[in-house]
Design a binder for this molecule. Structure first.
Ligand SMILES: *Cc1c(COP(=O)(O)O)cnc(C)c1O
Length: 400
């Protein structure tokens, strides 16, 4: 999964281009920068790669979610629907804009269950965030169709699925906009960094201005200091060094995915020998970014026995039902409404009213699915001996 496995001469060259000019800032410094605009080039290449008209680089995948929500106009009093199996950043971003997250069940894709989404839409719903977890798609066409019926924009959290596609169309390009993360453990990395893609030029313009203190970026004689502004913004700018690394990593993304697909196929054949095993539903195997391999056992007991056997061979797998950063019942700080605000906002609103009640038992179907599912991260440089040892451990676990 991590792009840092293959850092090489390409990244170094891109970084040196920047250091040779001494300009680390993405805007201004026209005389000094010798025409080098790495962040801008990274944005153009990323949009071109994903097949969208615009891309906006920001400081992280979390910032990408927040900037996208802001640009979509989501704010206090609004509800945003996402899935109960995701990284905390997805719903942290919702709180960042003062809105309230509402959670759906997952289905066999390990992503948002469209049937449950339908039940959770209210007149307060202002955005829907399906997450393409573990490198593979949510039922995005169905989700967009449901959202369209209600005129609600879809923001795809594609942080874990750069390079993944359905029938050739990139994840992140189905909804109104899609966000990506380039943090140290994501498929392609710039250390820290994020991107938002969209085909909506006006939405992009709002994101571009908001992420840079409102600067309208219009050419004028006084330079940056003379620029106008339409609204209050903030600073989520990516720096040139990150843009430089991003350009080199993006050029390698398809080959990273191909290597991961090959490694995943090996693991799948090993796990296929376990009686009663089933695999995560992947809507398009060819478009899977293959950053993770997920397989389900007959029930939670069987899952435990298989994982105990795998652990005894040194190859214990992840069971996300036990994970406190990615699954709803483990988010005790959310369930306990632990905010740093004196007022208790946004959990408690005027008059002490609560808008949403968070109950740990609320997503039984997700708990059942994750409770019997084991997951291995798949990386780029897995040695044949390692894969064959893992397959042997899986075969042994077939007797568990
Ligand atoms: C990593 C991740 C994020 C946040 O990205 P950062 O760059 O680490 O801020 C958001 N959503 C999901 C699903 C992620 O996995």
């Amino acid at each position: 999964m991590p792009g840092f496995e293959i850092f090489g001469a390409e990244e170094k060259k891109e970084i040196m281009d920047v250091l040779d000019t001494g300009v680390l800032f993405r805007y201004e410094f026209g005389d000094q920068r010798k025409g080098i605009f790495k962040v801008k080039e990274f944005e153009e290449k990323f949009a071109g790669y994903c097949g969208t008209s615009c891309a906006q680089a920001v400081t992280s995948g979390s910032a990408a979610l927040k900037v996208a929500l802001i640009a979509l106009g989501v704010g206090p009093g609004d509800e945003v629907i996402t899935q109960g199996f995701t990284f905390v950043a997805t719903w942290e971003a919702v709180f960042e804009v003062g809105a309230i997250p509402v959670f759906t069940e997952i289905d066999a894709t390990l992503n948002m269950d469209p049937a449950d989404l339908k039940k959770k839409i209210t007149e307060k719903t202002k955005c829907i965030i399906p997450v393409h977890m573990l490198g593979a798609p949510a039922r995005i066409s169905e989700i967009v169709a449901i959202a369209d019926e209600h005129n609600i924009p879809v923001l795809e959290d594609t942080a874990q699925a750069a390079g993944a596609r359905i029938n050739g169309k990139h994840l992140g390009s189905f909804g109104k906009c899609g966000t990506f993360s380039f943090d140290p453990v994501k498929t392609m990395t710039t250390g820290e960094g994020g991107m938002i893609i969209t085909d909506d030029d006006e939405l992009w313009r709002t994101m571009s201005e908001y992420h840079d203190h409102g600067h309208d970026h219009k050419v004028n004689p006084a330079g940056r200091g003379g620029e106008g502004r339409r609204f209050i913004g903030f600073n989520y700018r990516m720096m040139e060094l990150q843009g430089a690394i991003g350009i080199a990593q993006l050029a390698k993304l398809d080959s990273m995915v191909a290597a991961q697909q090959k490694n995943k196929t090996m693991l799948k054949s090993g796990a296929g020998k376990i009686p009663g095993v089933t695999f995560r539903e992947i809507l398009d195997d060819k478009g899977d970014s293959a950053t993770f391999f997920a397989f389900s056992l007959q029930d939670a007991d069987h899952c435990q026995r298989v994982n105990d056997s795998l652990k005894s061979d040194g190859f214990g797998a992840i069971n996300f039902a036990e994970n406190s950063w990615h699954f709803y019942p483990g988010w005790e700080h959310l369930l306990g409404e632990k905010t740093v605000t004196f007022s208790g906002y946004p959990f408690i609103r005027e008059g002490g009213k609560r808008q949403v009640v968070y109950d740990p038992e609320m997503l039984p179907r997700s708990a059942e699915i994750l409770g019997k599912t084991l997951i291995y991260p798949v990386s780029i440089n897995m040695k044949p001996e390692l894969l064959s040892d893992m397959c042997k451990a899986l075969e042994k676990a077939a007797g568990a």
